[in-house]
Ligand binder design. Structure first.
Ligand SMILES: NC(=O)c1ccc[n+]([C@@H]2O[C@H](COP(=O)([O-])OP(=O)(O)OC[C@H]3O[C@@H](n4cnc5c(N)ncnc54)[C@H](OP(=O)(O)O)[C@@H]3O)[C@@H](O)[C@H]2O)c1
Length: 370
């Protein structure tokens, strides 16, 4: 049985995703579910998207070198399999990721290109050396970032546009107000949020309709369950969950002796260091037993768990290769009943992760953690 459970009570029905006008919204968004699984509506007002989205970040940044041809082949394979949601950020490889998506869409069959929805984050300020120096959410900066993204993507609109991190010097109302103007102008279809807490979500939602909150959510990152997820549900805001494999840590493929290249985020991430890494990989081994008993892979059970949190949660998987993508999409065929969910949560209890999800300096930028 496919569960529709809420995080607080695995056997309870999921909190509201407004599906009242799903077929109409689905038609508008050209979404198919993929793998026979129904499409999911992003919040009360957002687009209807494939139940799993493809996060393209790792094809340009943060997880070591990626192969360009394989990245494009992976995007094509995803579109071919019914994935409609492509997530990126203008700062992933400083424009590289958007240009990669442009090429992939340009060389995809027309029908797949038309179905594809782009979700873009902006706002990060970079240095020539690749450093991050802050965020800019001023209305004039929003317009500037948007103009460059449209050019790089080769599209006349972005489907969901969001600031990656709240600019502490600019009220969220002003940043969201600027995106709302871009919606009016037809350059953006929907407004999203990223890594914000409940208070900021309410302030943003008071300015304009918000489709979804993009935020880390996985078996080992369950912080949103206390206040953020219930608030999103109350406000009719969907969730696009990232890091569902905790950046590969709980994919079943990460090993203690894996060599990371310079600049790989995981080289600085507390969860991948020393004793923390050992403890976290012990959790993965416990999860592997549950996965094996069910005849699925570790990555598939981890993604299936996120899929089972509710119809309003859409996992973004960071596959960079076709084999990883195929494994991830296999999660759409994994159904978890109450006994499965209990076994998964016994293997990886809430709060069991060792280490914070970001290094301290980056935690400070997370409105969601304040
Ligand atoms: N809003 C935000 O603040 C924010 C932050 C981070 C990411 N994101 C978005 O969310 C997307 C997903 O995040 P993420 O890349 O960190 O997520 P993830 O899916 O947790 O991790 C992706 C990594 O897991 C490894 N992996 C192993 N098996 C896999 C499988 N079967 N399928 C997919 N990956 C597998 C891959 O490493 P190998 O390739 O080395 O095997 C890949 O680099 C990003 O691409 C980005 O668009 C948003």
């Amino acid at each position: 049985m496919t569960t529709n459970a809420s995080p607080q009570n695995p056997s309870a029905p999921a909190a509201p995703a407004d599906t009242s006008n799903l077929s109409e919204r689905s038609e508008r968004s050209n979404a198919s579910g993929g793998h026979g699984r129904p499409a999911r509506a992003l919040g009360r007002t957002g687009p209807v998207v494939s139940p799993i989205g493809l996060g393209c970040m790792g094809m340009s940044a943060l997880y070591g070198a990626a192969d360009r041809a394989e990245s494009i082949a992976t995007i094509h394979a995803a579109l071919d399999a019914g994935v409609t949601l492509l997530d990126t950020g203008d700062f992933y490889g400083m424009g590289h990721n958007e240009m990669l998506i442009e090429e992939a869409l340009r060389t995809a069959p027309a029908e797949a290109r038309e179905r594809a929805l782009t979700s873009v984050k902006f706002g990060a300020l970079r240095t020539v050396e690749g450093g991050f120096t802050g965020y800019d959410g001023r209305p004039e900066a929003v317009k500037n970032f948007l103009a460059y993204s449209l050019q790089r993507l080769g599209r006349d609109h972005i489907d969901i546009y969001r600031i990656a991190r709240v600019d502490p010097d600019v009220p969220i109302e002003e940043t969201v107000g600027a995106i709302a103007e871009a919606v009016q102008a037809g350059h953006v279809r929907h407004i999203g949020l990223s890594e914000v807490g409940a208070r900021t979500m309410r302030r943003a939602a008071a300015v304009a309709p918000i489709s979804d909150l993009q935020i880390e959510y996985s078996l080992i990152s369950r912080g949103i369950e206390r206040e953020i997820l219930p608030t999103a549900r109350e406000l009719g805001i969907g969730v696009t969950a990232y890091g569902v494999l905790s950046r590969g840590l709980i994919s079943g493929h990460f090993t203690r002796d894996r060599q990371l290249s310079p600049g790989d985020f995981r080289g600085m991430s507390p969860r991948f260091q020393g004793e923390n890494l050992s403890r976290n990989l012990d959790l993965v081994e416990a999860l592997r037993k549950v996965a094996e008993a069910k005849g699925v892979s570790v990555a598939q059970i981890a993604i299936a768990w996120v899929l089972a949190r509710g119809e309003d949660v859409v996992p973004l998987v960071g596959a960079r290769r076709r084999d990883r993508l195929a494994e991830a999409l296999g999660a759409l065929e994994v159904t978890l009943d109450a006994a499965d969910l209990a076994a998964v949560e016994e293997a990886v209890p809430a709060g069991a992760a060792a280490g914070e999800r970001y290094p301290q300096a980056q935690m400070a930028h997370l409105d969601s953690e304040h």
